[in-house]
Design a protein around this ligand. Structure first.
Ligand code: UN1
Length: 511
């Protein structure tokens, strides 16, 4: 399939910064965006300079003063219309996500659907920015807490979800009364451009001030550490690798700014002897090879009960075999696995497989890069299945590629310990029909991850829940539940209507 990118407002060369509906005449050097599908040039972007950034930031500061006094439900109404605009362009944007990032079209559509979903969620949330009321210990005093906008939110997104992650952050920030500066991955700038173009009409029609929804494409050498260090940005949300997150968090932490970190995962599926294996296999294959293993929630480890280990291994290899001719152009209907994003990702895949074998890992399927007419550049790989031990260095690391490690266990306690014995703590699940096992896995002695599921896979979370994880995953939460609170500053208010002074804790201080 092919969609004319003009429908998304993408030209051959595009400006690289926008304050809502106005595009800046960015003066930096040009970046070309090549499709991972066949290496062809999609379009170019003129990067922003530091001067462009200063201009954009001034607009954001100005816009914040106006946007914060728009009533939250009215801000929600704008977000509702943004959701409508995305719905209208779902096919086109889904296509571009697939073209520029390499995930299959079906998943590109799914990603846009996540944006639509978070818009709708945020509309409701705009009427629910509730604080609590407390009973004061003093007579005729009233206490409550309330949430105010926080200011400018910097949103740093990764290539693998080039549009949805902006949605999770920007929609909650917008209803909260914040303004955003989006710095997308340099691997997927066109997806960000397209999103800005889609929302521009809505912003204009609603007289949303320029500077509420900003987007800037700039080299990290121009806008990188200095973005994190910028005191004018009270909150920075980062989705990306643990290495990037650690660096940004250190810089923001130094100035006592706030961060929301959604970093690497090393997600395991525990397969009990009480598992429904048909259902398990279905979920495991999607979790491990879907998005070519490039979700932070991708399944990376299978912790399998020894009694079903051989069966699971056999069935998994058979399943991988059956999809091996469905690797290729992600825009073809039959394809289930597209390319990795670039040559570096392929090298990392190959390197991890070599290294884990040196440690004792046994490759039982795949693990090669694919050559031939169907694979027009070097970005396609055969997903790998490897028998390994949990403590191997490579197993402890997140390799952002379709590699799944098979690990054996005897008792449920051991399985949970293996699940938890990695530096990361994003997603996890257990397949079991046994209630005690399921509840143990979900208990305080169970999985230490931010996401723990029973009888469904590690990836593909819905937007309604809080999304994120512990340990090296960074501890942040985005998207649903009460994740909105991170985008607001909290204030405790006490009002004295007693006509007298009364100190708390019963203290007397007469003079
Ligand atoms: C990511 O890979 O950064 O749960 C996000 C999922 C998707 C989000 C993944 N809803 O797999």
């Amino acid at each position: 399939m092919r969609i004319d990118l003009k429908k998304l407002g993408i030209e051959l060369t595009n400006a690289g910064a926008c304050t809502g509906s106005e595009w800046m005449d960015t003066k930096g050097e040009e970046t070309s965006s090549f499709s991972p599908i066949d290496g062809s040039l999609i379009a170019k972007v003129k990067n922003a300079t530091l001067e462009d950034y200063e201009h954009l930031l001034a607009k954001a500061q100005d816009a914040y003063l106006k946007w914060r006094i728009v009533p939250a439900p009215k801000r929600g109404e704008v977000v509702r219309q943004i959701g409508e605009a995305l719905r209208e362009k779902k096919a086109e944007l889904g296509f571009l996500v697939s073209l520029e990032m390499g995930k299959i079209y079906e998943e590109g559509l799914g990603e846009v659907q996540e944006m639509i979903d978070i818009c709708e969620f945020s509309v409701g949330q705009s009427r629910l920015l509730n604080g609590a009321t407390m009973h004061s210990e003093r007579p005729f005093h009233r206490m409550y807490d309330q949430y105010h906008p926080i200011g400018i939110v910097g949103i740093i997104t990764s290539f693998n979800f080039p549009v949805a992650v902006w949605g999770w952050n920007a929609m909650l920030a917008a209803i909260a009364g914040d303004v955003v500066i989006w710095k997308p991955s340099s691997k997927t700038p066109l997806c960000a451009l397209a999103v800005q173009k889609i929302i521009a009409e809505t912003l204009k029609a609603n007289n949303v001030p320029e500077g509420v929804f900003n987007m800037i494409i700039a080299k990290s050498s121009v806008l990188g550490d200095n973005f994190a260090a910028d005191k004018r940005i009270p909150l920075i949300s980062v989705t990306g690798s643990t290495i990037v997150g650690r660096r940004v968090a250190a810089i923001v932490g130094k100035r006592l700014g706030k961060t929301i970190l959604e970093l690497g995962g090393n997600n395991a599926v525990i397969i009990s002897k009480h598992a429904d294996l048909d259902m398990t296999l279905q979920s495991v294959v999607f979790g491990a090879v879907g998005t070519c293993g490039q979700r932070c929630t991708s399944t990376r480890r299978l912790i399998i009960h020894e009694s079903v280990y051989e069966t699971v291994k056999e069935r998994l290899v058979a399943a991988y075999n059956s999809i091996s001719d469905r690797i290729g152009d992600p825009l073809e209907k039959e394809t289930l696995v597209g390319p990795l994003v670039d040559g570096t990702a392929v090298n990392n895949f190959i390197h991890a497989i070599e290294e884990v074998q040196k440690e004792g890992g046994k490759l039982v399927f795949g693990g090669t890069s694919l050559k031939g007419e169907k694979y027009p550049n070097g970005n396609y790989v055969m997903p790998a299945v490897i028998e390994a031990e949990n403590h191997y260095n490579m197993v402890q690391e997140e390799t952002f590629a379709p590699i799944v490690y098979l690990i054996k266990f005897k008792t449920i306690e051991e399985a949970i310990a293996l699940n938890n014995h990695v530096p990361q703590g994003l997603s996890s699940c257990i397949f079991t029909e046994n209630l005690v096992e399921a509840e143990t896995f979900l208990s305080e002695t169970g999985s230490d991850c931010g996401i723990a599921n029973v009888n469904l896979g590690t990836s593909g979370a819905e937007i309604g829940g809080a999304f994120g994880g512990e340990k090296d995953t960074g501890g942040g939460r985005e998207s649903g539940s009460d994740a909105w609170k991170a985008y607001m500053r909290r204030q405790t208010n006490t009002i004295n209507f007693s006509g007298q002074t009364a100190l708390a804790q019963g203290i007397t201080f007469d003079f």
